[in-house]
Design a protein around this ligand. Structure first.
Ligand code: FNR
Length: 373
C-alpha cells in the first residue's frame, strides 16, 4: 500500500451495512491522493455532483399485495444472459486500489455472476485478467493511434475469450481533476497500461506556434465516425459504444450498426458540465426504441439507484468507483461483497415496489419529487 493507506483486509469488514459504506471505509485503505483521484472528476466536479443529485429527484412507489414469490433479476443484454443487471465498469489502473487490482475484481465478478468489463488501461494484461474471470467478460477498447494496434487489441480480446467490445468514445482528451491536483496526486510509476506495452506511439508532427494544442494537436488524431465504421468491420463480436449522452448520437450510432450503448459521462471525468447520465437516459431510451440494448453508468451507489436507472430505460448498469473502493478495502472479497449487497438492495426495492422481474421496472414505478429542483 502507498503511504497513508492501510493494507487490504483478508475478510469482509464488520462495519459494512450497505454497498455505499465502501465509499466511506475506502478512505482508510487508499492513500489520500489516490482516493481523491478516484473520487474526483474533471475540472470542478460539476458533473460528478450532478450524477449523484439526479437520483434524489426520483422516489419509488411501494406497491401492495403483489405476488413476487417467483421473482428474479435475470436480464438479457445484447443477446447474452446475466443473473443480474449489475456489471463492473471498466476502471483503469486498479493497482492504485489493490496490488493485484484487476485480477481481484475479475475473480469477484466471476464469483457473483457479474459481467466484467476490462479496461484497455488495466494494470495487468487482458490475458491475465481473463484467466481469473468468469465466462461473462467484455473488453473495453480505446482506439489506438495506429490501426494495427487497435486490431491487435481486438485480436487478443477474441483470443482471450471476451464476448463483446465496449468502445469508449467520450474521452479523446484527458481533462485534469482539480481535486486530484490539489491533493498532490501523481500517477505512480507502476501504473502503466500493461496491454499497450510494445505498441510504439505514432509520431505526432510538431505544432506551428499559431496552431492549437487541442484542435491541431490532440484532436487531430482522435477517432471519427469513419474510424468507428472501420472498427465495426474488424470484428464479429458485438460492439457497444460507451459515453453516449445526446439522443442524436444514439440514433446515429444505432443506424451504423452498433450492438448497444452505454449512457455515461465517464463518471464526470471528461466534460465537466456534461449532464447527469440519469437525466438524459429517458430521452435516449425514447430515441433508440424499447428493444435496443442500453446500459447506464454514473453515480450508482445503491440498489435504489439501480432500480431508478432500470425504471428510466436501462437494461443493466455499470459500477465504477464503488468497485475501486471495495477493492481497496478487501480485494476480491470486498468487490464480490459490494456486488452482492447491490444486488440484494435492488431485490429489496423490486419486492417492495411489486416488481417480480427487471422487465416490470418501468417509469410508472417512479414519482418525480415535487420539491425537485
Ligand atoms: C473510469 N472510467 C473509465 N471508463 C472507461 O471506459 N475506461 C477506463 O479506463 C476508465 N477508467 C476509469 C478510472 C477511474 C478511476 C474511474 C473512477 C472511472 C469510467 C467508468 O467506466 C464509469 O463510466 C464511471 O466510473 C461510472 O461512474 P461511477 O459509478 O464511478 O459514479
Amino acid at each position: 500500500p502507498l503511504p497513508g493507506a492501510q493494507p487490504p483486509l483478508g475478510k469482509i469488514p464488520a462495519d459494512i451495512g450497505c454497498a455505499a459504506d465502501y465509499e466511506v471505509l475506502a478512505q482508510r485503505f487508499m492513500a489520500p491522493p489516490s482516493y481523491d483521484y478516484v473520487a474526483g472528476g474533471s475540472g470542478r466536479d460539476l458533473t460528478v455532483a450532478a450524477n449523484l443529485a439526479a437520483f434524489a429527484r426520483w422516489d419509488i412507489y411501494p406497491r401492495l399485495l403483489r405476488d413476487v414469490g417467483a421473482g428474479h433479476t435475470r436480464v438479457t443484454v445484447a443477446g447474452q444472459q446475466f443473473a443480474h443487471p449489475v456489471f463492473l465498469a471498466p476502471v483503469a489502473f486498479q493497482n492504485l486500489a489493490h496490488g493485484a487490482g484487476e485480477l481481484q475484481s475479475a475473480r469477484a465478478a466471476h464469483a457473483v455472476d457479474s459481467c466484467l468489463i476490462s479496461s484497455t488501461l488495466s494494470s495487468c494484461t487482458l490475458e491475465d485478467v481473463a484467466r481469473g474471470a468468469g465466462p461473462q467478460r467484455w473488453f473495453q477498447l480505446y482506439f489506438q493511434l495506429r490501426r494495427e494496434h487497435t486490431q491487435d487489441l481486438l485480436r487478443r480480446a477474441v483470443q482471450a475469450g471476451y464476448t463483446a467490445i465496449v468502445v469508449t468514445l467520450d474521452a479523446p482528451i484527458q481533462v485534469p481533476s482539480k481535486r486530484a491536483l490539489d491533493a498532490g496526486f501523481r500517477m505512480p510509476a507502476d501504473c502503466v497500461a500493461a496491454n499497450l506495452r510494445g505498441y510504439a506511439p505514432a509520431a505526432t508532427p510538431p505544432l506551428a506556434p499559431e496552431q492549437s494544442r487541442i484542435f491541431q494537436g490532440i484532436m487531430s488524431t482522435a477517432p471519427t465516425w469513419d474510424d468507428l465504421r472501420w472498427l465495426l468491420g474488424q470484428t464479429t463480436l458485438p460492439v457497444l459504444v460507451k459515453g453516449v449522452l445526446h439522443p442524436d448520437d444514439a440514433i446515429a450510432l444505432r443506424a451504423i450498426g452498433v450492438a448497444g450503448l452505454v449512457v455515461s459521462n465517464h463518471g464526470g471525468r471528461t466534460l465537466d458540465g456534461a449532464p447527469a447520465s440519469l437525466d438524459v437516459l429517458p430521452a435516449i431510451r425514447n430515441a433508440v426504441g424499447p428493444a435496443f440494448p442500453l446500459l447506464f453508468d454514473g453515480g450508482i451507489r445503491s440498489g435504489a439507484d439501480i432500480f431508478k436507472a432500470l425504471a428510466l430505460g436501462a437494461d443493466a448498469v455499470l459500477v465504477g468507483r464503488l468497485q475501486m473502493y471495495a477493492l481497496s478495502v478487501a480485494g476480491a472479497l470486498g468487490v464480490a461483497h459490494m456486488l452482492k449487497l447491490l444486488r440484494e438492495e435492488l431485490e429489496v426495492c423490486m419486492a417492495l415496489a411489486g416488481c417480480a422481474t427487471v422487465g416490470e421496472i418501468d417509469s410508472g414505478t417512479l414519482l418525480r419529487r415535487q420539491d425537485a429542483p
